[in-house]
Design a binder for this molecule. Sequence first.
Ligand code: ADP
Ligand code: MG
Length: 540
Amino acid sequence: MSKATIKHTYATFQLFWHHILKLKWLALSTTILFVISIAPGLIVPKLYKEFFDILSDSNLISMENIATLLGIILVKIFCANFGKAVLWSIAAMGGNKFSSNVATSLTNACFDHLLIRSHGFFNNNQIGAIVQKISRFIRSFEQLYDEFVWKWLPLIVESVATFFIISWRSKLLGSILLAWTILFSIISYIFACIKLPYDLAYSATRSSVTGHLVDSVANHDAIILFSGHNQEQKSFHAETKKQFSLKIFSENIGEFFGVIQSILIFTLEFAIYFFALRLWQEGLFTIGDFIMIQGYLLMMFKKLIEFQKLFRNVFKYIAYAEEMTAILVQKPEIQDLPSAEALIVREGAVSFSNISFTYKEGYSTLKNLSLHIRSGEHIALVGGSGSGKSTLIKLLLRFFDVQTGTISIDGQNIQNVQHTSLCGQISLVPQEPLLFHRTIIENIRYGKPSATDEEVIWAATQANCLEFINQLPLGFQEEVGERGMKLSGGQRQRIAIARAILKNAPILVLDEATNSLDPHSEALVKNALERLVSNKTVIS
Ligand code: ADP
Ligand code: MG
């Protein structure tokens, strides 16, 4: 059975802590309120002691007196339980607000982090797996907080109260309880540590199953075209089998620990009652004391029955967060230098000086390449498929950094300028246009967010888009589908050109923009491109 280990526990807590601190007053006040709301319940067993002590006291002769005293105690018990319920629900409302706020802040932080990751990062990580990691990271915080509020806090407060009250009645019983609690905690912790690696491995298989699922669904057409059903089924079923065998194994370990912990619990109960019986024989314990001890122990046991799960859950939820933490602690691959300034394009001259680049060590993609493109020049990259044309363009956009040599625009090394300003000065029309699952107008306006509707329509006209947009039932408000799936290749391409026209960057890069189009679409796209390329440095 494969195992895994936690590597980022500290970092996970640090990340959560950072976001918790943003709401420190809410966190503190709700925690205090939770503790206060546990308190009224703590006096209930003690009140029952008084109740039964009065009942069993043969010195009280008047029935009327007894009834009044007992009635008062019953009212106190009612008030304590009522107070507990009301205070708890107020605290829970504060807790919900706190937990939702932190979860929102964490979600935004994950999203913001992904935005600054490089092209290479997304090449190496399946989208489905990333989505799964983020949702598990957020769930992890919510579950840890629920565990803390509903399980750990009451358990700690009730155990401390039980220890003090039992010690008040008998030091011996108090010491037994303390020694037992320490032993019980250590054993639970050890068991949780043994189980943890299997929980982590299970978590990793869950991510890869989701990744596989998304990959297969996204490529469903390819599966049909290549009759890949059996192959897909085989590899997917193998992964789910691994996932579930890990789950069963890890749950079985949990069940085994559960038995051991149950034995510890009833051993304590036996020991406490055994010694309490002796104290009763010596006349030091009353009937009410037995009822009280029973009340406190039951209160503790109700929580302790789940204690083996508590440690385990903490580790399990941290393990769930692990994979996203591992991503969040990484520095973005492409970062601006502290001294980076905005790129200023006066001429639009692009220069590749003796650059070398490799995706994987040992496999050189581009070697000692030099290319100088003068301002306003139109150059075409020619080479067989896989020769590195797209790679060169990605290097110019700084999707990756060159290993040796420099790329500069108007004499400014692109590694020394702000990356956003670099991308702002280059328009890219790739072979597969990058469209959002949004409306046409939103997609075109992405080239210039401040553009008016008139400007967008003008750009669409320039890019030969109007004719097909007007035929769509919702026109510019039509959604294009995921990655523009509802449009044809030529239509997608023209929207990308409209967007580039709006952006109006001085350097234009066309990466085989017309390669996969039919002749009619190609003619329309080429015609649109002619309008786009004037007065620009063009690499195609
Ligand atoms: P072209 O655009 O000329 O057809 P590319 O620049 O796309 O070629 O690819 C050049 C080489 O780099 C190919 O051998 C390709 O397999 C490899 N390659 C491209 N992108 C990546 C990537 N993200 N990771 C690893 N290798 C890559
Ligand atoms: Mg290419």
